[in-house]
Design a protein around this ligand. Structure first.
Ligand code: ATP
Ligand code: MG
Length: 310
């Protein structure tokens, strides 16, 4: 499998003053990361964590203080490393006197495209991001969500194999967010690699194959989403028909939560370790298990764990 992005020992320090090097911001510290080709990678972290800085280094908008990076095995110092890359920056700047279509034509020409190929590409992308009715509208009149859409179309103009999106869903309404997530899924189906940053953890949980959590410039956790969320955090056990008070008390003692009763159905939370003991007690008490629901960790749980540890 091709490695889409490889980052080794990346450090970016912003010096407030060229001569007084102590006044500095360590935006990214010794970051190592690999993103496989064909994967959707979510780059997560609180405000100011270093996500955009890392992305800007990849796009050569910032020079690293230390470390190296490769895109499809081409060192980022070489401009051809970005030939197969599409990019949506955090705060894109738009020439707002251009229409949606003109804007895309301009971007295509910057990639050396033209003629029929570009015409077809622009028509396809306008449709892809749902802006058919606004192809002739000047960007000045676009809402934030519409600008985000045209920004995404722009990022795809060169039919890139790697799409880097810095907070593509920020500022979008639920429909706009869904559009972006569907688009990310479509890109993945086409075999593209998507590297995107976000604060919206359920979004990441929905589309990512793997994630990285960066806090204060340090990569705290990275891996496959399924591995990270895989572990359950206990079970909810629902049962009925246990009448023996002593047994109910024993169950209550080893349960993780207080026992709830609703219409003769008992519900308790069991830790991974105590699940079998609770089930056994229900059996001894002559009860019937109604259901056992694994309590899944969410990305939000993992994220909060990491942030509170830092
Ligand atoms: N050009 C700059 N000069 C000085 N400091 C900077 C510069 N750009 C970023 N920083 C600092 O680097 C740190 C990381 O910023 P960065 O924009 O990478 O964070 P982020 O993870 O993208 O945050 P957000 O989620 O808010 O977009 C912050 O402390 C920020 O203030
Ligand atoms: Mg940012």
């Amino acid at each position: 499998m091709e490695t889409a992005v490889r980052i080794e020992g990346l450090t970016k320090i912003f010096f407030k003053n060229r001569f007084f090097k102590k006044a500095e911001t360590r935006a990214v510290v010794n970051l190592n990361l690999e993103v496989n080709g064909g994967e959707v990678f979510g780059f997560l972290g609180p405000n100011g964590a270093g996500k955009s800085t890392t992305i800007k280094v990849l796009m050569r908008l910032l020079f690293p203080t230390a470390g190296r990076a490769w895109i499809f095995d081409v060192p980022i110092e070489e401009s051809r490393a970005r030939r197969r890359v599409g990019f949506l920056p955090e705060n894109p700047y738009f020439y707002d006197y251009l229409t949606a279509e003109e804007f895309l034509f301009l971007n295509g020409r910057l990639f050396g495209m033209g003629g029929k190929e570009l015409k077809e590409r622009v028509a396809h992308l306008i449709e892809f991001v749902g802006l058919e009715e606004h192809r002739k509208t000047r960007l000045r009149k676009f809402s934030k969500g519409m600008l985000q859409r045209i920004g995404l179309a722009q990022a795809l103009i060169n039919d890139p194999d790697l799409v880097i999106l810095d907070e593509p869903t920020s500022g979008l309404d639920p429909l706009g967010r869904k559009m972006v997530l569907d688009l990310i899924k479509k890109l993945k189906e086409q075999g593209k690699t998507v590297f995107f940053s976000t604060h919206i953890l359920p979004d990441a949980e929905e589309v990512c194959d793997s994630i990285g959590i960066i806090i204060n410039g340090e990569l705290k956790r990275t891996g496959k989403l399924l591995d990270i969320l895989g572990r359950t955090k206990g079970y909810q056990v629902e049962f009925e028909g246990v009448t023996d008070e002593k047994i109910l008390k024993r169950i209550a003692r080893i349960a993780k939560s207080e026992m709830e009763i609703r219409e003769n159905v008992y519900a308790v939370e069991a830790s991974d370790e105590e699940l079998y003991n609770i089930v056994e007690l229900i059996r001894i008490g002559g009860g019937r298990i109604i259901r056992i629901i694994p309590q899944k960790r969410t990305l939000e749980d993992v994220f909060i764990e990491e942030v509170s540890e830092s």
